[in-house]
Design a protein around this ligand. Structure first.
Ligand SMILES: C[S@@+](CC[C@H](N)C(=O)[O-])C[C@H]1O[C@@H](n2cnc3c(N)ncnc32)[C@H](O)[C@@H]1O
Ligand code: SF4
Length: 397
């Protein structure tokens, strides 16, 4: 089967409904704060006491394991922040703790997000020895002037060198680029993307710049000093991205994620396929199925407050909501329709307790916004992706 056929058949990345359990670990520190970023990341003057953090991660893992019970871990993801600031021994200790509480599958995907600086690339072998088997690098741009504008501390050369180290050390690696940047034209982006893809392995994440509220970019934008492309140009940029990546054998399997068939990020697929994951560390979110209920969990965001809570209670949970049937069904749609493989109507009916409304499906199909895959799944069309939120709103419970 060709890549396109596999994609259309919706068989990529393993069986959709096979139960999978992921563990997300959040490292909330960065050396500097990028002006576009609203992730839960913080800059600290004082050195971080990693021994204390290992203990706290361990306590929260133990408490979570006692709650959810027996599971086999299919994926682990160290995200941030900048997890590549953690010492390899710290990463190794966290992995050992996870393995003490749940068996880790022999083929588990274990990813660490890294900033592409030379200092961090030097730690890659240590991470591999600690058990990491996949890295995801935040390259962001391959033009030095754009990297400066994004507040990045690395040059394009340094980032490409870090990608080369990742390629030499790990079987699996990915990198992120941000496009639809201020003043960026489709011609400039096409050139940049074409020069980036030969450096790609099996996976790339290509994000359109979002102006996040309360970031320095939001203030500049409000003051009329930042000019991201308008909607029409953004649409052209999106289409150009799909074309170039597909031609390179890296079709989109999710709105912003591209992979060679079968090489998708299995951890992120757990989110999009609405499987189960534990969120460990400050500001981490989880979805846990306990005694027939789907729990949406979130922990305290501020690093020091999270530490204090864990040291007192054994966990940093500040939210633990049981989703209603309608909430779980809407979330299933919202996440699943991001994927090229789409969703299975029967699984929706199982979660929602009722099928999708045939007349709404017919209306969206008529507008060319959804279609049926050869495998009989329902997915959003390429022209539907830019208006995904309204497609989901039309279908939702
Ligand atoms: C948790 S971040 C970080 C990884 C790592 N700290 C780094 O910066 O290299 C994950 C990715 O989200 C993307 N990102 C963050 N803020 C964004 C924004 N406002 N718009 C688009 N993409 C964004 C970046 O590509 C980034 O690499
Ligand atoms: S983009 Fe990465 S390095 Fe920059 S502030 Fe966000 S998490 Fe930190």
């Amino acid at each position: 089967m060709s890549a396109a056929e596999q994609s259309a058949a919706g068989v990529r990345g393993g069986a959709h409904d096979e139960p999978a359990f992921g563990v997300y670990i959040h490292w909330p520190f960065c050396l500097s704060k990028c002006p576009y970023c609203d992730f839960n990341s913080h800059v600290r003057r004082e050195p971080i006491d990693e021994t204390r953090w290992v203990r706290a991660f361990g306590d929260e893992i133990a408490t979570t394991a006692a709650r959810v019970g027996a599971r086999a871990v299919s994926t682990i993801f160290f995200g941030g922040g900048t997890p590549s600031l953690m010492r390899p021994q710290t990463v190794g200790s966290v992995l050992e703790t996870i393995a003490r509480h749940w068996p880790i599958a022999a083929d588990a995907e274990i990813t660490l997000e890294a900033n592409p600086t030379s200092v961090e690339a030097e730690r890659f072998r240590g991470y591999r020895a600690a058990g990491i088997n996949r890295v995801s690098l935040g390259v962001q741009a391959l033009e030095d002037s754009a990297l400066v504008a994004l507040g990045r501390t690395h040059s394009a050369r340094e980032a490409l060198d870090a990608v080369a180290v990742a390629r030499a050390v790990f079987d699996r690696y990915s990198f992120d680029l941000i496009y639809a940047r201020p003043e960026q034209t489709p011609e400039q982006w096409s050139r940049e993307l074409r020069s980036a893809l030969p450096q790609a392995g099996e996976h790339v994440s290509l994000y359109q710049l979002t102006i996040e509220p309360e970031t320095p970019f939001a203030a500049l934008y409000a003051a009329g000093r930042l000019h991201p492309p308008d909607e029409d140009i953004a649409r052209i940029l999106y289409d150009v991205t799909q074309e170039i990546c597909a031609a390179h054998g890296l079709p989109a399997y999710e709105i912003s994620n591209h992979a060679r068939p079968g090489r998708e990020c299995r951890h992120n697929l757990i989110y999009w396929r609405a499987h189960e994951y534990a969120g460990i560390g400050p500001g981490a979110h989880g979805r846990l199925d306990i005694a027939g209920d789907r729990h949406a969990t979130a922990t305290e965001k501020r690093p020091e407050s999270w530490l204090a809570r864990v040291e007192k209670h054994g966990h940093g949970l500040v939210t633990d909501d049981v989703l209603t049937v309608a909430e779980a069904a809407d979330e299933f749609l919202l996440m699943g329709l991001r994927l090229a493989e789409g969703i299975e109507a029967a699984r929706y009916a199982q979660i929602a307790g009722r099928p999708l409304e045939p007349d709404r499906i017919a209306m969206l199909r008529q507008h060319g916004l959804i279609e049926t895959t050869p495998a009989g799944r329902m997915r959003v069309t390429l022209s539907g992706f830019p208006v995904l939120d309204s497609v989901v709103a039309d279908l939702a419970a």
